[in-house]
Design a protein around this ligand. Structure first.
Ligand SMILES: [Zn+2]
Length: 255
């Protein structure tokens, strides 16, 4: 995929003929009034269709993929995965799911996040890709495990799957209550450095994928410079801007 405009799209993962990207806002104020300012294709968190349609068309122009082939679910913090093996697909199948797996070339699959972790999966040898939205609920309930299982069911091999995590909240910023911290393995929780516990969702995801057979060297470490809460002028952050705000779009495509 060759990007042809100045749309704020950045490469996250490259694996043969597969590429994953994430979007940034641009550089905008972090006030409540500005909570939708910047690049946002997510139409179900309060932004106007007028604005999200403009951004979707901009994304289509930049990627050369038509808007109807840019596919993302209506996310609900579930652990459900939609598998797309042909287009056109049943749009209803994308209601209330939080991950997509596909073996279809030339389409974009993506998730919208603002602090939650977008996880891109690629097995370019098998021709199978996946994308998941993992907040703490989805992560604790196995959304990334289910995404990987759906890929394996389609014929992917754990040893050839590459994984990268897009813009999301870093452990320093992710303060939680004990009821949330208790859902995670102690190795992913820091209960002593701050007044309240902090959780590393990235570490939790990495550990669970390794447990399912993905080599550690195939999982890119999370880059703290992509923390949404540390950089809400660059990335939408629900903790900073509110749940009703724009979203980072992280997407993957296979040619
Ligand atoms: Zn941070």
């Amino acid at each position: 995929m060759r990007l042809t405009t100045d749309t704020p799209i950045h490469e996250l993962l490259r694996d043969g003929n597969v590429t994953a990207y994430y979007t940034s806002r641009g550089n905008y104020a972090t006030t409540e009034e500005a909570r939708y300012n910047g690049f946002n294709v997510c139409h179900y968190t309060g932004d106007s269709y007028e604005h999200t349609d403009i951004c979707l068309k901009q994304l289509s122009l930049a990627t050369g993929v038509s808007p109807e082939k840019i596919i993302f679910p209506h996310q609900v913090h579930s652990n459900d995965v939609s598998v797309i093996t042909s287009v056109p697909w049943h749009k209803e199948s994308l209601e209330s799911t939080d991950a997509i797996v596909t073996n279809v070339r030339g389409i974009i699959i993506g998730v919208n996040t603002a602090d939650c972790v977008p996880v891109a999966f690629s097995d370019s040898r098998a021709g199978i890709i996946g994308i998941a939205h993992a907040g703490w609920r989805g992560a604790a309930n196995g959304i990334t495990e289910n995404t990987l299982t759906a890929m394996l069911d389609l014929g992917a091999s754990p040893e050839s799957i590459k994984v990268a995590m897009g813009p999301s909240i870093c452990m320093s910023c992710f303060e939680v209550g004990t009821e949330v911290a208790d859902r995670f393995d102690n190795t992913c929780v820091d209960r002593t450095s701050w007044d309240k516990p902090h959780v590393s969702i990235h570490r939790h995801i990495t550990k669970s994928l390794i447990n399912q057979g993905i080599p550690e060297s195939n999982i890119a470490g999370f880059d703290n410079s992509l923390c949404t809460r540390c950089h809400p002028d660059t990335f939408f952050s629900a903790r900073k801007l509110g749940v009703n705000s724009g979203r980072v779009f992280t997407f993957i495509s296979m040619q």
